[in-house]
Write a protein that binds this ligand. Structure first.
Ligand code: FAD
Length: 390
């Protein structure tokens, strides 16, 4: 998603772009909802709209949400806020990841200077006197002036460039599945911070009763859950969520993802930049990962576009460092906030829990604080690219 977004955002520039992806050619999903979904913020939607990608998204498979509810596991702390708290129409949209990639692909396929190669594995990358050399698994070689690593958490580009990114096991495995709920989701994204780990029920498109579960658990508990029959799995989630949406029924194969977070110390070196999960991986508990990656892509495209317009070198280290300055601080604050949240909700001391839950209830009664939470959920921040503001 991050790499495709960068290519799309640069489509109007006089650049020849080659996008190399080991995955098969993207296809718009059909049938039941795909298991991998993302909560895109209003800011991400604006970015995709401004580039011209959003119009390719399948409208009938999108689920806007206008409310969020957060609870703690004791049932004594609760925060509700809505798009209205920040004078917005909705807080974000639940999308299938495959829809986003397919919509970006359709856009890029129509752009004459983007060469998108699917099923194309990069075997190695190495520095040249100017730029980088990319060797493909089939032996082909591509030389480029600027190499952007958008190759995910285990980025080979990052390793080849010697950019270190300390990784931390969060101790969680995220179990993801599609559920049918007895009570309609009412376009609300729900998150409960349970002793077992954060459990999110995210509204999906359809008849108003389809939800995506993201339950981050300790590995042994996640393994137990994955081994259960569909009936026991459904029962376990209904119980853990305290029947927030009534009885829940599992309607997909559950998937499990071990969660490591990481943050690169530097995103750039001469003629090379990292974007998306190649630069930072955050705990999925606040659904921020790809929202940050799309912002990286938009800011890097904005810097390159400005350089081209003013006749400056569009691959200079100074430009890449400006990109890093604009993005690294924001991403670092989200990585730190996710680590902090996890610690905050893991505390077992009754006194600590009392103050935390009282704090949540106080926030819930304060309209200005709720407005701030809603602005965060919308993905608004000060140094957003121009394309996210219009
Ligand atoms: C359970 C879970 C729930 C999540 N929920 C949300 C959410 O609600 N909202 C949100 O914003 N984020 C969410 N995230 C995070 C989000 O999924 C990631 O941040 C996002 O997928 C990263 O996108 P990316 O484009 O940077 O990298 P990736 O999606 O990892 O893409 C990397 C690409 O690089 C290609 N590649 C890698 N190596 C090579 C190679 N050697 N040669 C060729 N190609 C290569 C791969 O084929 C792939 O296409 C969630 C994550 C998890 C685990």
């Amino acid at each position: 998603m991050a790499g495709g977004m960068l290519a799309a955002a640069l489509a109007e520039q006089s650049l020849d772009i080659v996008l190399l992806d080991g995955a098969p050619e993207p296809q718009m999903p059909t049938g039941a909802p795909a298991a991998r979904v993302s909560a895109l913020t209003e800011t991400s939607e604006r970015l995709l709209r401004s580039v011209g990608v959003w119009k390719n998204m399948p409208a009938h498979r999108l689920q806007p949400y206008d409310k969020m509810e957060v609870r703690d596991g004791d049932g004594t702390g609760e925060v509700h806020f809505s798009a209205a708290d920040a004078a917005a129409s909705h807080l974000g949209t639940l999308v299938e990841n495959d829809s986003v990639v397919a919509a970006i692909f359709d856009f890029c396929r129509a752009a004459c200077r983007i060469d998108w190669r699917s099923d194309c594995r990069v075997a190695s990358v190495g520095r040249r006197e100017q730029g980088w050399r990319v060797e493909l698994a089939d032996g082909q070689v591509i030389d480029c002036r600027l190499l952007v690593g958008a190759d995910g958490a285990r980025s080979m580009v990052r390793s080849a460039a010697g950019l270190s990114a300390p990784s931390r096991d969060t101790g969680h495995v995220a179990v993801v599945a599609t559920l049918h709920s007895a009570v309609p989701h009412d376009s609300c994204a729900r998150q409960a911070f349970l002793d077992s780990g954060p459990l999110a029920l995210l509204p999906l498109y359809g008849d108003g009763h389809q939800c995506s579960l993201v339950w981050s658990l300790w590995p042994d508990r996640a393994a137990q859950l994955m081994e259960q029959s569909p009936g026991s799995f459904s029962h376990a989630v209904t119980q853990a969520s305290q029947a927030w949406l009534g009885d829940l029924q599992l309607v997909s194969e559950p998937l499990a993802f071990p969660i490591h977070d990481l943050h690169a110390g530097d995103y750039v070196c001469p003629e090379l930049a990292l974007i998306g999960d190649a630069a930072h991986v955050v705990h999925p508990l606040a659904g921020q990962g790809i929202n940050l990656g799309l912002l990286d892509a938009a800011v890097l495209a904005e810097e390159i576009g400005r350089a081209i317009e003013s006749g400056r070198d569009w691959s200079s280290l100074a430009l890449l460092q400006r990109y890093q300055r604009r993005r690294r601080g924001h991403n670092a604050s989200v990585v730190a906030a996710m680590r902090g949240f996890k610690v905050l909700f893991e505390q077992r001391s009754p006194a600590f829990r009392f103050f935390r839950n009282t704090g949540m209830s106080l926030v819930n009664r304060h309209s200005m604080l709720k407005g701030l939470l809603a602005a965060q959920a919308l993905g608004r921040f000060d140094d957003a690219p121009q394309s996210a503001r219009s």
